[in-house]
Design a protein around this ligand. Structure first.
Ligand SMILES: [Zn+2]
Length: 332
């Protein structure tokens, strides 16, 4: 099945992809309109006039208006997916649904800036990122927040629950990893999975480290969590996966196996670097990617730490404290 055929089959099932522009490197974000009762929008696009115009235009091409939306489902906490939620809910009176663990985050969006920033800054400094980069990133992340918005979640969802519509039922499945709140929606009858950023065909979804939603201070093992989530998704007999960016996926098992192999290779490469001499996560990132743009510093740190976690779990790498920073060393 080609991606075009998959989109067509999804359309036949009343699931329409809306491609909404974002100001981010990732390009457009996919929202999905479920023509059902209630009329449902899965994700919203970022909080920008351009995104709102596009959303209204694409809805109207399908014979609907923003005011017709009765339910907005959020797949996860990232701003390119939820930024317009407040405006849409305000204009349409739609209910807003999101996985229970993310409700305080969405309802208090932007309110925990200090905590989020401190968590990220401590993590970066501890892993060797220079202070000027940390400070620059703080202002980048603050300016990004304008594309998000807070909203009241009137319909908290629970892992495993069945969301019932007139013509379909979607099973809610919490699949943390890319973010702590990733949720996928499984239509077992049609074997269609709305998978958001949990799995994307053309890019490897980065398991970004974020401050734990339960308020704990411990650093999440994002890649390990993600791999476990991918294992569960791999078991689904899905025919079509509709992701948050790019084209539909029609062979998720092969794609997930590719991701596993990629992570394994990268972990081995990082082990090679650590075996030469103990290094900080920042030093490892520099070896792998050179001096990347400041905006990528947190991303690459998340990436390195994810793989170091895998190596630690296997007992091949250990941590040594060196003043204020942590270095990783090979275990003989
Ligand atoms: Zn995302």
């Amino acid at each position: 099945m080609t991606p075009e055929e998959a989109l067509e089959q999804a359309r036949d099932a009343g699931v329409h992809r809306l491609r909404i522009p974002t100001p981010f490197a990732v390009g457009r974000v996919n929202c999905y309109l479920l023509e059902d009762e209630p009329l449902t929008l899965v994700d919203t696009g970022p909080n920008s006039g351009k995104a709102l115009d596009e959303l209204e235009r694409q809805l109207s091409a399908l014979g609907h208006s923003l005011e017709d939306i009765q339910l907005v489902i959020l797949t996860h906490q990232h701003i390119d997916h939820l930024g317009l939620v407040e405006i849409i809910a305000g204009r349409s009176g739609a209910e807003v649904a999101a996985i229970d663990v993310v409700v305080p985050f969405v309802e208090n969006f932007g309110g925990d800036i200090e905590l989020d920033d401190r968590f990220a800054a401590d993590l970066m400094l501890r892993h060797g990122i220079p202070e000027d980069v940390v400070i620059a990133l703080r202002s980048v992340s603050r300016s990004f927040r304008a594309w998000g918005a807070k909203a009241d979640v009137s319909r908290p969802l629970h892992d495993g629950e069945l969301l019932e519509f007139r013509d379909r039922a979607l099973e809610v499945q919490h699949r943390p990893g890319h973010s702590p709140s990733d949720t996928v929606f499984w239509d077992s009858e049609r074997e269609i999975l709305l998978c958001a950023d949990h799995l994307i065909a053309h890019i490897s979804s980065n398991p970004l480290i974020s401050r734990p939603l339960d308020g704990s201070e411990e650093r999440p093992r994002a890649l390990m969590t993600y791999i476990e989530s991918l294992r569960r998704t791999r078991e689904l007999p899905a025919r079509i996966l509709l992701p948050g960016h790019g084209d539909p996926i029609t062979d998720h098992r092969a794609l997930i196996d590719e991701r596993f192999a990629h992570h394994k290779r990268r972990a081995e490469r990082i082990l090679g670097l650590i075996s030469e001499r103990p290094r900080t996560a920042y030093e490892i990132a520099q070896e792998l990617w050179g001096n990347v743009a400041v905006t990528q510093a947190f991303l690459t740190l998340s990436e390195v730490l994810g793989h170091v976690d895998l190596l630690e779990e296997e007992g091949r790498v250990g941590e040594v404290e060196d003043g204020d920073v942590v270095r990783f060393e090979a275990v003989e």
